[in-house]
Design a protein around this ligand. Structure first.
Ligand SMILES: [Zn+2]
Length: 191
């Protein structure tokens, strides 16, 4: 199966095209090296300069200025055409002292893991009942402090599936580089 195509678009005023373009190789390496083996989804990224059209059929990772959702530095959504769309609010990141490259990585990986925003894993609770966890693969370890660098740029850490047995291959998640010690445990409150 061919890789997903993701167009990285700079629609912000706080970053110039060069700022965004130079982070794309780090995001690309993270997807190929760290995300694809863990989640079975790979993607090829292309930077699209301002004023240029993204390739047809590409998913979009769009860098914007200010958040349109309270307390959110980014989120993933669908375009009007139903294609996955990740939004990264670099202006809000900069104002709040966060690194936009971490938010870009977070939204990119979560868009690839759950493009239609409808996947989840359930976990039996000790007292009965179940809890449903969305496939938000960066939320358990989303703070900048838990990130790691590729080519000098800080990116979001991610969780990955660690099969514990054949009957429940998706119930257990562990952290990339061991930051999350147990399934479905959070290191930081989700935005
Ligand atoms: Zn998230």
């Amino acid at each position: 199966m061919s890789n997903i195509k993701v167009a990285v678009l700079n629609a912000s005023t706080v970053l110039n095209d060069g700022d965004v373009d130079k982070v794309v190789p780090a995001l690309q390496k993270q997807v190929h090296r760290d995300f694809a083996p863990a989640w079975g989804v790979d993607a090829d990224l292309v930077f699209v300069p301002k004023g240029s059209a993204p390739p047809s059929g590409a998913w979009w990772l769009t860098i914007l200025d200010n958040s349109d959702v309270a307390d959110a530095l980014g989120y993933h959504d669908l375009t009007d055409q139903g294609l996955p769309l990740g939004k990264v609010f670099a202006g809000t990141d900069l104002q709040s002292g966060n690194q936009w490259s971490v938010t870009a990585s977070h939204e990119l990986l979560e868009m690839l893991a759950d493009p239609d925003i409808n996947l989840g894993a359930y976990v039996d609770q000790p007292g009965g009942g179940i809890k449903l966890y969305a496939y938000e693969v960066c939320d358990p370890c989303e703070a900048d402090a838990f990130g790691y660098k590729i080519f000098g740029f800080r990116l979001s850490r991610l969780v990955r599936i660690v099969p514990r047995n054949r009957r429940h291959p998706v119930r257990s998640t562990g952290a990339h580089h061991g930051a999350v010690s147990a399934p479905c445990r959070r290191l930081h409150r989700c935005l």
